[in-house]
Design a protein around this ligand. Structure first.
Ligand code: SAH
Length: 264
């Protein structure tokens, strides 16, 4: 093998193995990240625990190796196709605003890297996630099962600690290990699977779409950034009946825009 080819092979093997390495250092960085989010006002302990469990450094695609520490900063990051994985604070804030109860059916618009979907899954939601970029849809739907498998093993190990006595095992609750990915335009929602208990939009939407509101159960919540890329307000609307919503605003955030149509 020529020297150049050999180096390429080493690099590829390195990238592949790094992508599934999760060291004590990574775990420590995640704990620090969760602690930082607590100081920034995130108070839902289940959300913080989920952030503390997911190896975020696996979500950045093949150049991850260079950004292993950066993965645990409270920063957004490029994931390809001109899109980003949201900042951990944003993921945590949206997740806690949803007030998820175990077994709830959640529609996520903007699968992206799949990180947010996994946080929702660890909160025991059944997640239906839709992405308009085919390349991201394909990559993420192939990648998520391996992370799910890893997390399942991890939680099984955690449970045997004396500090966490006899709970039902995660393996006995397979319905909670449920993320379904779809390639499509989020403005249409997923009428075949509606109604949803909660809806989360992870891209800035200039105005709310009636079709999405119609797919939300009465009593359900929709959490979404309303506005344009660098100027959107985090909204949480609760459906009182088919025509009325209580509307709350939770400050300014930055998101990539929600765009119409699919990209093949
Ligand atoms: N939740 C993602 C964040 C991704 S950024 C994560 O955890 O990584 C927002 C995502 O929304 C992008 O992947 C973008 O392609 C997607 N998106 C934008 N408009 C969309 C639409 N109309 N339908 C579905 N996905 C959309």
């Amino acid at each position: 093998m020529k020297k150049k080819n050999f180096s390429s092979v080493i690099l590829v093997v390195g990238l592949l193995t790094m992508q599934h390495t999760d060291t004590y250092r990574h775990k420590g960085l995640r704990k620090e990240l969760a602690a930082k989010l607590r100081t920034k006002g995130i108070s839902d302990e289940n959300v913080l625990a989920a952030i503390g469990r997911i190896p975020r450094h696996w979500f950045f695609g093949s150049d991850t190796i260079f950004y292993e520490t950066y993965a645990y900063e409270d920063e957004a990051f490029n994931i390809g196709a001109g899109q980003t994985i949201s900042r951990p604070h944003t993921v945590a804030r949206q997740s806690e605003l949803l007030e998820i109860k175990p077994g709830e059916k959640i529609l996520e618009i903007g699968t992206g890297s799949g990180y947010q979907a996994l946080v929702l899954m660890l909160l025991k939601a059944k997640v239906y996630s839709i992405e308009r970029h085919k390349s991201l849809y394909e990559r993420t739907s192939k990648f998520l099962p391996s992370v799910k498998e890893y997390l399942m093993e991890h939680l099984e190990k955690e449970k045997v600690k004396p500090a966490e006595p006899a709970k039902r095992t995660w393996k006995n609750e397979p319905e909670y290990w449920n993320i379904k990915c779809f390639f499509g335009d989020g403005f249409e929602g997923l009428p075949m699977h509606a109604p949803f208990d909660k809806i989360i939009i992870t891209a800035a939407i200039p105005e709310m779409a009636e079709k999405l509101l119609a797919q939300l159960s009465v009593g359900g919540k929709i959490v979404f950034p309303l506005g344009t890329e660098d100027n959107c307000d985090m909204m949480c609307w609760t459906k009182q009946n088919d025509n009325d919503f209580t509307k709350e605003v939770y400050g300014k955030f930055a998101f990539v825009p929600m765009l119409k149509g699919k990209v093949s």
